[in-house]
Every structure is written in structure tokens, then in C-alpha cells.
Ligand binder design. Structure first.
Ligand SMILES: C[S@@+](CC[C@H](N)C(=O)[O-])C[C@H]1O[C@@H](n2cnc3c(N)ncnc32)[C@H](O)[C@@H]1O
Length: 265
């Protein structure tokens, strides 16, 4: 099995933290140590923004950043979903895209969110509960090895570079996309335009502070891994070229993907 670098890193952190707890905790404090260990595990699977902001906004399940609403609307438009469709929101976070996806697939459709962080998924579940959505579910797990079922008509990866720039995650999800399913990615990129170039260092700093140490750093084409899997990929740029929306239709069959990735010898 291919080792999962994210899991390996998290396991390493858990182990050293729990060893430290055991060293400072004599027997009767062990249960406290176990609780601390569980908290450390949740924290290690939660990017920095999730550890503070997510708890702060938990009492407001419908919270979303106003500036991103327009992007979500456009992303869902590009998914071209129809009533009754099934859509996968990988790295769904607190479910900010759910309202747009739910509207697009209607009551007969289905929205599935996948989220790594046990902290952040609580917010997504609260959002689902508050809105009484019976056709939305949030699955805790990593896009690299979550067990998906059935076939999806659309895949959204919004601000989730750990997912869209991970071959393992794409390999895991692709067999569940119907041929021609729409795929839409929103994320940060390095700009080669005037003002954008000035913003690049700030973007790099911000992302390195807020994400996991293993999160792929943005470059000029962070959608690169999608190119062989998506037909006619189209890119829209935002914020002086520092943000992008990539969209296209999935080449669904595994055989087709393999053909393009491994040249016949
Ligand atoms: C910046 S947030 C964006 C959340 C959401 N897509 C949105 O638009 O608001 C990225 C999310 O991806 C999650 N994530 C990171 N790595 C992941 C992985 N390997 N599998 C699933 N989710 C992951 C993070 O925990 C975080 O909640």
C-alpha cells in the first residue's frame, strides 16, 4: 500500500505527544493523558484556521465569508448540476458550499462532503442539521482513502490543495465519477501578473501559516494533476491571478487515465 504522508506525519506527532504525556503523568493522571492525546489527534488533523476560527463560529452554523460567496456561486454554476444529481464536495470544511450544491441538485439529489478534521466536520454537521437537509451527509475521512459509494455527477474541491494536488486523493475519487462528470476546483496560485506578483510572497506566507506542513505549495498551475483526467480544462483567474477556478469534464474510466499517465512501452 502507498504510504500516506499526511497520516505518517500525524501518527508521528501523536506518538511523540502521547509519550510526553505518559512521561509527565503518573498512573492516576493517565485518563487525563488519554483525553489530552485525543485532543492532540484532533488538532493534528485540523489546519490552524480550524483550531480557532471554527470553534468561534460554531454557534453560527450558516456562517461563511462574504467575499467567497460569489466564487461558490460561479463554481456551482460550472458544475452544471441537474436536479437529482449526486455531487461530492471533497475537503468540504464547514460546508460553506452546501447551500449552493443543495439548491442545484434539488430534494431528489444528494450532496456528500468529505472532511479530514473532526473539529471542522462538526460545523458542517451543524449546518446540515440547522437547515434540515436530509439529502446531505458529511463523511469524516481523508480524500486519499475515504470509502466512497456509488457514482457522482460532479466533484467540487474548493480551497482544498491537500485534495486537488494529491494524486492519491484523485486516484481514490476518480473511479466514483461518471464519465463526463463535471469537476471544479477553486484555489490559490502564484501570479505572473503585475500586482499579483507583489501579492505572491504574502500569499505564500499566509498559506504556509494556515495549512498543514504537508500541504502542496501553490505554483503557477496547481491544477496540473487534473489535466490528464479532465477533458478541455478551462481556467478563470481572480484577484490579479492569485486565485483560480478550474473546470472541465472528467475522463471517468480508469483505463483511459492509465493510458495517458503511463505511456505505452
Ligand atoms: C481551506 S478549507 C476549505 C473548506 C471548504 N471547501 C470551503 O470552501 O469552505 C480546506 C479544508 O480541507 C480539509 N482537508 C485538508 N486535507 C484534507 C484531506 N486530505 N481530505 C479531506 N479534507 C481535507 C481541511 O481540514 C479544511 O477543512
Amino acid at each position: 500500500m502507498t504510504p500516506n504522508p499526511l497520516a505518517a506525519q500525524r501518527d508521528g506527532l501523536h506518538l511523540s505527544f502521547s509519550r510526553w504525556v505518559c512521561r509527565i503523568c503518573p498512573g492516576r493522571m493517565l485518563s487525563g493523558g488519554i483525553i489530552l492525546r485525543m485532543k492532540a489527534q484532533a488538532d493534528n488533523a485540523t489546519p490552524l484556521y480550524g483550531r480557532y476560527l471554527i470553534r468561534l463560529v460554531r454557534p453560527f452554523p450558516d456562517f461563511d465569508f462574504p467575499f467567497i460567496r460569489q466564487v461558490r456561486r460561479r463554481a456551482v454554476e460550472l458544475l452544471r448540476l441537474e436536479q437529482g444529481d449526486r455531487v461530492l464536495d471533497a475537503g468540504c470544511g464547514p460546508g460553506g458550499s452546501f447551500p449552493y450544491l443543495v439548491r442545484a441538485v434539488g430534494p431528489s439529489g444528494q450532496v456528500t462532503g468529505v472532511e479530514l478534521s473532526p473539529e471542522i466536520i462538526q460545523n458542517a454537521r451543524r449546518r446540515i442539521e440547522k437547515n434540515g437537509w436530509r439529502n446531505v451527509n458529511a463523511v469524516e475521512g481523508s480524500a486519499q482513502d475515504v470509502r466512497l459509494s456509488g457514482v457522482f455527477d460532479g466533484l467540487l474541491m474548493c480551497a482544498a490543495p491537500d485534495v486537488y494536488a494529491s494524486k492519491e486523493a484523485l486516484d481514490n475519487m476518480w473511479p466514483h465519477l461518471r464519465d463526463g462528470a463535471r469537476v471544479v476546483v477553486f484555489g490559490a496560485k502564484i501570479s505572473n501578473k503585475g500586482i499579483g506578483r507583489v501579492l505572491n510572497p504574502m500569499l505564500r506566507l499566509l498559506l504556509s501559516r494556515l495549512s498543514f506542513p504537508t500541504t502542496p505549495k501553490p505554483d503557477e498551475e496547481p491544477w496540473r494533476l487534473l489535466s490528464p483526467r479532465v477533458d478541455r480544462i478551462e481556467i478563470e483567474e481572480y484577484l490579479f491571478g492569485c486565485m483560480f477556478l478550474a473546470s472541465g469534464s472528467a475522463i471517468g474510466s480508469r483505463a483511459k487515465i492509465r493510458e495517458e499517465l503511463v505511456p505505452a512501452g
